[in-house]
Design a protein around this ligand. Structure first.
Ligand SMILES: C[S@@+](CC[C@H](N)C(=O)[O-])C[C@H]1O[C@@H](n2cnc3c(N)ncnc32)[C@H](O)[C@@H]1O
Length: 353
């Protein structure tokens, strides 16, 4: 096949399950409900699917074995709740876990026979197999769609390996090649240039190589600068530090800050979130600027970042036993995913140490 060749051209009305923004439920719930209905072969609550789509939906992986995506696995979330090196993943797991529980409660009120494992299975299908379809003219909200055959495309994070892309209009979902494809080569798309956490949480796998993987070294600018103050051996109330830290945080926020809701006050405030180390020892621009300003010279800034990476790496190695013990009650698949997730973080930190 050559570049720009069509691979699939799928009429949405026949081969798609789309949510309807005019319905009272959110998109995840609509799709989840449709999948549960199909799997129960319940004609009474027929979701209005074509026979083709109903038959297709019956072939999806069944729930009951391995959970698809750690975010949908409450055992792992609670096992890792105090594993500090998985803080970001744990926080996502908790948020997502709450959303699933809430939506289950809402669906249960409508259908008292709905089982929680059924619902978790349905939502794991929604989160690992659907496409977000934007309307380029902004005439309606973004929709989610499960599309027969297109959902069989696997992901790659390596740009040269990705050979297809997709698009959708009102009527068709289209997949085309983005480069020449050899006979026998697997077709694959990108699910997004995301770090490992995203794939572990929502898709239940880690890409074989992931140039977009990263480790967060600090959760916000203040945490970074408090850490730096301690590294310099200055007492927390040492004169001059407070004003200087405020100045640097403001400067970096103005350039790289994003708005985030503060749960305690309900107000949105600006924070610096991109304080990470990427693959190959790449340091985020926000973190470099933060430490450059604070240390006053780039070499010192890099030395501070290296010190932090070394500290986190040592801490991760020291907490391995504790994480293993916490995971002991989880299924083998989740255990190996968490192990691999941590191993790759440790490797990434080793680049700069
Ligand atoms: C949209 S489906 C893709 C089709 C799927 N392989 C199948 O046979 O049904 C997404 C799921 O496929 C698997 N998957 C996709 N890309 C993968 C990859 N690069 N490595 C391992 N598993 C992958 C994961 O289980 C993911 O949750």
């Amino acid at each position: 096949m050559s570049r720009n060749d069509p691979v699939l051209e799928i009429p949405l009305a026949e081969f798609g399950i789309l949510d309807d923004p005019s319905e009272r439920t959110t998109w995840s719930r609509q799709l989840g409900r449709a999948l549960v209905d199909v799997h129960r072969r319940s004609r009474a609550s027929d979701p209005g699917l074509t026979e083709t789509m109903r038959t297709y939906a019956m072939t999806l992986p069944k729930f009951g074995g391995e959970a698809i995506g750690l975010a949908n696995n409450p055992d792992v979330a609670s096992a890792l709740a105090d594993a500090w090196d998985c803080r970001e993943a744990v926080s996502d797991m908790q948020t997502f876990g709450e959303q699933i529980s809430n939506s289950y409660e809402q669906e249960l009120a409508l259908d008292p026979t709905l089982r929680e494992d059924e619902w978790r299975w349905a939502l794991s299908m929604v989160h690992s197999r659907t496409f977000r379809i934007e309307d380029e003219y902004g005439r309606r909200a973004t929709r989610r769609a499960l599309i027969a055959a297109a959902d069989l495309l696997n992901h790659s994070s390596v740009r040269g390996e990705v050979n297809c892309d997709w698009s959708a209009n009102d009527d068709y979902f289209v997949v085309t090649t983005t480069r020449d494809v050899r006979a026998g080569e697997e077709l694959c798309i990108s699910y997004g240039e995301q770090c490992d956490r995203h794939f572990a949480l929502f898709y239940g796998f880690l890409p074989s190589q992931n140039p977009f993987n990263r480790v967060k070294l600090f959760f916000n600018g203040r945490e970074a600068l408090d850490w730096y103050q301690e590294l310099c051996g200055a007492a927390s109330d040492a004169p001059g530090w407070s004003n200087e830290k405020e100045r640097v945080v403001k400067l970096v926020c103005d350039k790289y800050g994003t708005y985030k809701m503060d749960k305690s006050t309900g107000l949105r405030r600006r924070v610096i979130q991109d304080l990470y180390l990427g693959e190959g020892g790449k340091v985020s621009d926000a973190m470099l600027l933060l430490f450059n300003e604070m240390c006053g010279d780039e070499e010192m800034a890099i030395a501070a970042i290296r010190e932090r990476a070394s500290e986190l790496r040592a801490n991760m190695l020291n907490t391995t036993e504790r994480v293993e013990a916490a995971l002991a009650g989880s299924d083998a698949y989740s255990q190996s995913l968490v192990r691999e997730y941590r191993r790759r973080k440790i490797d990434l930190l080793s680049h700069i140490v």
